[in-house]
Structures are given as C-alpha cells and as structure tokens.
Design a protein around this ligand. Structure first.
Ligand code: NAG
Ligand code: NAG
Ligand code: NAG
Length: 412
C-alpha cells in the first residue's frame, strides 16, 4: 500500500530522500571495523593492523577474487586511522607510521584499481576510539575529504549529544554537498538518539543521509545477527518505509567468513540483509576466507535481490514457533502485481530441518498469470507456480531457504 502511494506521489517529492544521485541501490564494499577493529600494533601484528597496506591488500583482493565483478566497489576505512592530534593548521592527519604515504595516496591507489574509497569520522569531540572528531572543524574536514577524493563518509556519533544531532548531521551533510564532490553520507544519527530515548525524525534523516544505523554494532556471533534480525522485524513498521533509492537503513556489516557463524547462519545473514535492502559491507579477511563463505558473498542471485532497482525494504510476514517468513517486493511488476523474494528462516535448534508448506496466495502472490519460482541458493527451478500452488521447503536449523518468484506477463 505504502509503495503504491509513494510511487504515485514521488513526483511531488513527498516520499523523497537524499537526492545527491548516490546510492541508488544499497552500497556494496568492504569495511574494516568488525574484523580488524582498532588494531594499531603494526610492530607485532603488521599484517592485521589498521594501515594503508591492509586497505591496499583488500582492494587488490576485491578485484582478483571476483568480488568487484559481483558488485562490491567500496574500500572503507573505519576508526583508528587518525593521528591523536590535528596538524597545526587544524587539518586532520592520519597516523604517520601506519599511513606513511598519506590518505590521498591511498585514495588514488584504490581509484587506480577502479574502486571507490570511504573514510570514517565522528560528529562529536572524539571518534569512538578517542581520535579527533569533527566538532569545531566541520567545514575544514568536509573540504579535506573532498580534496582526498573520498567517495563515502561514515560519521559516527560518540562523544556528542544526541539532541544536537538533528542540527549537526544536517549541517555536515550540507558541508559535504557544498564541496561539490559527491560523497555517500552514512549517519549514526538515529541509533544514538534511540539509545538516549529520543524518537528519531526519520523524514529529516532520510533527506540528509544516504544510509543510517538504527541499532547495535554487529559482533562476531549468531546471537548478534539474531538480535539484529529481531530488531528489524519487530520495528519494521517504523523502519522499513524510510528505505528507498538514495536512502537506506543499515543493519551493519556482513560478518560472513569470520569465526562466529556456521555455513547455514552465514546464508541466513546474507538472505535477510538482501531482503532488508541493506548495504552489503563485508568485514572479513579476504586473504583467508574459506571458499564456501566466499561463494555466499558472491551469490549473484541473492545480490540482485538486495540491489533490486525498486529499492523496497522487505518485511517479516510470518513468525511462529521459530519459523519466520520474510518477503521483499521486486521488479518486474506486471499490472499491480510485484515479483518477490521470499526467505524462510528457521530459528529453532532442535537439530532436524523443519518443513514449511504454504500457498503462494498466503505469501501475498496473487497474480493469476503465475510466477516463475527458483531457489536462490540451491539452483532448484520450480517452474511456473500459481496462487493456489502449495510450496514445501525444508529449512535447516538456523538456516534459510530463499526463493525468487517472478511475476509472469500475459501476452494474450
Ligand atoms: C565537547 O568539547 C567541548 C569543549 O571542551 C565541551 O564544552 C563539550 O561539553 C564537549 N561535548 C561533549 C558531548 O562531551
Ligand atoms: C547537492 O545537493 C543538490 C540538491 O539536492 C544535488 O542536486 C547535488 O547533486 C548535490 N551535490 C553533491 C556533490 O552532493
Ligand atoms: C522533522 O524534520 C522535518 C524536516 O526535515 C521538519 O519539517 C519536521 O518538523 C520535523 N519533525 C519533528 C517532529 O520535529
């Protein structure tokens, strides 16, 4: 319903978000934080510390290991790249030992590989790890990012007052815009306000940010992934309508290929992030990732669900006794019938796959022309199914079955 209304009145700008021409589909790339944290010890751990070498290596692997051709394009720095102090002229400077060639050189390297470059700062007095924040230097910093040819800015919200964020995030967004250099703007504005008991003004947030965090930082565990899935499901009526081309909810990084998720759980994270039209920012060591996890991250069918041009965030449509069904409207549309991605997830732990049987009509798929249905992980083609067809799937514990149902056109 919302979708139809929004499409109809898009021309009068009531449903529009940030229109800087960027992030028309959810951003895809690699971000250092979840896997590499604030490791600054390049003396004892040179291969894993936050340094220009780490980002160059990941940029190389994004290309040579096939991630770039699957759509991943950003190499993004998170916290801990800075020196503890600004330069005498007030400019931000990176840590000289870990970024000896400076940020512009790293940015040039990443661009020379055909990729895009993202950086991290904080709206407050300090970054979360205690490095200089932007307060008092907003204009200088926005210009410096433009001079460094930055394509993406993540602005965190530590050491700041959440009640100042409506003003502060808006102003910094305008300063980025004023530089003339297009930069994707990632905000932590709503999550800090929610923690402080302030109801975020999403109509303002989506007008000024390309993406924003709503909830806790992801950690390397299934429990953390589950808590995020629950948050987005339980709060979907408030959260989901704010997403669309140019403006996305960000449930945080993909932890697929790290230590905490099984193969089934990794497929589930990827499926739900795609249903949520989430940014796909991998935080994993691309040097050592196992092939089965790499295959999940490069699953083009699931990626195309995430990147669908309609940009509609999906929803949890069923939840009972540990079984959930999530659904995302997709293109193509025939008359008023959408195509859909459907994810069946099994939150049960009783050791045996659970059977789920449901008709297409019960999933909201009502076109009498039928739907071509295929499994996105198993390469099973179900052929053309109709609204009264009952589909049966077996869902592994903490696993997922993900389908795409493409509405059929009538040529009569
Ligand atoms: C930031 O620093 C200024 C100047 O020292 C101080 O007045 C302000 O209270 C600080 N803000 C926060 C949120 O700590
Ligand atoms: C700045 O904002 C205007 C108006 O929304 C937009 O048309 C333009 O593309 C933006 N430019 C940059 C560099 O973000
Ligand atoms: C939310 O922000 C918009 C500007 O984008 C403003 O017009 C509106 O009054 C704000 N709503 C509240 C409740 O503050």
């Amino acid at each position: 319903m919302y979708i139809a209304i929004c499409l109809a009145i898009a021309l009068v700008k009531l449903c529009n978000g940030l229109e800087n021409g960027l992030a028309r589909t959810p951003p895809m790339g690699w971000l250092s934080w979840e896997r590499f944290r604030c490791n600054t010890d390049c003396v004892n751990d040179p291969d894993n510390c936050i340094s220009e070498q780490l980002f160059q290596t990941m940029a190389d692997l994004l290309i040579t290991e096939g991630y770039a051709s699957a759509g991943y394009e950003f190499i993004n720095i998170d916290d801990c790249w800075l020196d503890r102090r600004r330069a005498p002229d007030g400019k931000l400077v990176p840590d000289g030992k870990r970024f000896p060639n400076g940020i512009r050189a790293l940015s040039d390297y990443i661009h020379s590989r055909g990729l895009k470059f993202g950086i991290y700062e904080d709206f407050g007095n300090y970054t979360c790890a205690g490095y200089p924040g932007i307060i008092g230097y907003e204009k200088l910093d926005a210009q410096l990012f433009a001079d460094w040819n930055v394509d993406y800015v993540k602005l965190d919200g530590c050491y700041a007052l959440p009640q100042d964020m409506d003003r502060g995030y808006t102003e910094f967004g305008k300063l980025l815009n004023n530089t003339g250099k297009p930069m994707v703007y990632s905000c932590s504005w709503p999550v800090y306000q929610i923690y402080a008991g302030i109801q975020p003004n999403f109509s303002a947030i989506k007008t000024h940010c390309n993406l924003w965090r709503n909830y806790d930082d992801i950690q390397d565990s299934w429990m953390s992934v589950e808590s995020i899935i629950d948050y987005y499901g339980n709060n979907q009526d408030i959260i989901a309508p704010n997403a669309g081309p140019g403006h996305w909810n960000d449930p945080d990084m993909l932890i697929i290929g790290n230590f905490g998720l099984s193969y089934e759980q990794a497929k589930t994270q990827f499926a739900i992030w795609a249903i949520l039209a989430a940014p796909l920012l991998m935080s994993v060591d691309l040097r050592t990732i196992r092939p089965e996890f790499k295959a999940i991250l490069q699953n083009r069918k699931v990626i195309s669900v995430d990147q669908d041009p309609l940009g509609v965030q999906g929803r949890r449509i069923y939840k009972h006794k540990g079984i959930e069904i999530w659904s995302k409207p997709l293109s193509p549309i025939y008359h008023h019938f959408y195509s859909y991605a459907i994810a069946f997830i099994n939150r049960r732990t009783d050791g045996t796959p659970s059977d789920v049987a449901v008709t297409l009509k019960e999933l909201g798929l009502a076109s009498l022309n039928g739907y071509r249905v295929e499994d996105l992980y198993e390469n099973v083609d179900y052929g053309i199914l109709y609204p009264n067809t009952k589909i049966k799937v077996k869902v592994n514990p903490s696993g997922v079955v993900m389908l795409r149902a493409e509405v059929q056109f009538s040529f009569l």
